[in-house]
Design a protein around this ligand. Sequence first.
Ligand code: NAP
Length: 327
Amino acid sequence: MVLREFGEPDVLRVENIPNPDWGREDILIRVVAAGVNRADLLERMGLYPPPGPAPLYHIPGLECAGVVDQVGKNVTRFRPGDRVMALLNGEAYAQYVACPQDNAWLIPPGLDETQAAGIPEAFITAYDALVDKAGLKMGQRVLIHAGAGGVGSAAIQLARQMGLRVATTVGSVDKARYVKTIGAELAVNYHEQDFVQEVRAWSGSQGVDAVLDFVGKSYLARNLAVLRTGGIAVIIGTLGGAQGEIDLGELLKRRLTIRGTALRSRPSYDKMHLIQEFQQATASFFETGQLRAVIDRVFPLSEAPEAHRYMASNQNIGKIILQVSQD
Ligand SMILES: NC(=O)c1ccc[n+]([C@@H]2O[C@H](COP(=O)([O-])OP(=O)(O)OC[C@H]3O[C@@H](n4cnc5c(N)ncnc54)[C@H](OP(=O)(O)O)[C@@H]3O)[C@@H](O)[C@H]2O)c1
């Protein structure tokens, strides 16, 4: 799926192009499935260019699962035939993608590629926010916005695995019902209820230790209002706007922290460390099924425009996946 121009979903078009080059430290993956992310929608509109020099062919896609086809000279961790998932800077909407060996890891036994393709971006973002950015510990409380989304559904599961108490916001009754099945204690339908009021009541007026936010502007002041003294708001997305106003006096008085995070723009050694840390902390939980990517719908690669429209309509519960080939 090559982008020759930016705009509406139909600018995503199938093209036949040569296989990507790969270097000594790289593996070439035959992609079986790729995850769809909000960033892909922005990229398609020309609002989120890939880091580094412009690629020869502009192909979106931040994560994939598939089979190692070729390995570079210095690759020690993989052999052709290994089943892997990978966190990428782009180019996953394709039959083949090359990436550094350190950005890939083995698919646990028992998981198929469709499930594995939904793990890298959502779970590593959630892990980074909960563990590295918010530094949350067992028994603490967290409010996770957009709890039924790809990242939200990963964050709820991880939070429960860490022994955290989870409140979440969602946009429908069905989503509220679903997030409770994966570990949320409180699900606030923000169309009908005020999350500040609901979360305060749930926490016995103490507030939460952290908020994971994807909305930005319209939630900024309210995020601070639901934090306990010393709490932290981790800003992961700006779906509702990137500019907001806050009372800095409140920040000082209650010693609050607002912290932003982004995966894609990080130097590759940072990503490598985060991937290793994530893997060590969670691999066994994916094997046992205690953690899993929630998959909403699988579209064939040729229907990527439809998959983008579906994501933009906010209907998905969990991840949207593109099936690129069969295993
Ligand atoms: N910083 C990073 O490194 C990083 C990495 C991955 C993702 N992200 C960002 O995280 C966000 C979520 O990603 P995702 O993959 O979970 O997306 P997703 O699966 O599409 O879920 C997003 C959900 O957010 C809710 N939403 C959308 N617009 C909203 C608004 N204006 N106000 C309130 N809720 C709104 C919708 O659910 P409801 O029906 O519940 O409203 C929507 O389904 C995106 O902004 C994405 O770019 C950032």
